[in-house]
Design a binder for this molecule. Sequence first.
Ligand code: JFZ
Length: 323
Amino acid sequence: TNERAQWFTDSRFGMFIHWGIYSGAEGFWKGEKLRNDNDYAEWIMYRNRIEKEEYLTLLDRFDWDEIDPEEWAILAKKSGMKYVTITAKHHDGFGLWNSQASDFDLGNYTNRDIIKELSEACQKHGLKLGLYYSHWIDWEHEFGWDHTKELSGITAEDYDQYWQEKVIPQVRELLTNYGEIGMFWFDMWINHSKTVVTKAQLLQLKNLIRELQPKCIVNSRLGLSIEEDPDVDFKTLGDNQLGNKKENFPWQSPATVAHSWGFHKSDTEWKSTSTLLKSLIGNVSLNGNFMLNIGPRANGEVPYEISQRMLEMGKWLDVNGES
Ligand code: JFZ
């Protein structure tokens, strides 16, 4: 058994938060719907070919007086969740804190640091904090990965420049300035041997975490499976994919209440509370974990359809759960 991940297996239920500049677009750009093959609102910058400067104008739609990450933590707590994982940096490359390694971050445009605010809220409410960090894909950095580079190509040297000047320093900041980080949640779904990322780079990243916060756990979407590297702490299944057997390692399903992860105003096929509860219970019966997503709006508000279902799950857990 993996002792580092024991708290995670015991936690059973956590919250995922997809929130960033894309939340201001709500799945539309200049009246045009998200051009997509998967309808994920957080992909709009890439799908609709939005320039960086234009993309940043979406920040005008954010209502900073309304935004309060503690409300997300309180919702997690009331819903019976034990940890919260937020998109510190999604594929657009925009950091939700004040990074010294990049200007493409919240600290450069506002006086807010959402990672700090959420970490304090998690401490206050007894929740573990997880950070989603898109290491492989970065649409903002000239040498970050985006899927057009499958055709245009990118040299190993250029990609390593992105890695050494953005990924490594940013992950170092996140592990240094925000107290205890329960987990790093990376996101890559192609075997590293088929991409520009090297195993050495992935190990550099994992070693940095081990060095700075030995108790922090790391998921398999780092790009190293548990089979390839048993030191990886838990396996993340495919999006909305539920478990179907017991495993001899910790695992988790990330799931959405409708379809998109980031807020999307026409994404309205909501799963029912009982469907979501069955997913949670099914995973837990196989010793797995369930991480359910909220995509707050640009004003920080959690869509009612999501918060209502989560609170109903919390009520069920109050009566039927273990702790
Ligand atoms: C990724 C992201 O592209 C997406 O925006 C969101 O953050 C989600 C949680 O993760 O999308 C994926 C990643 C992996 C799989 C599917 C979608 N997968 O392994 O099936």
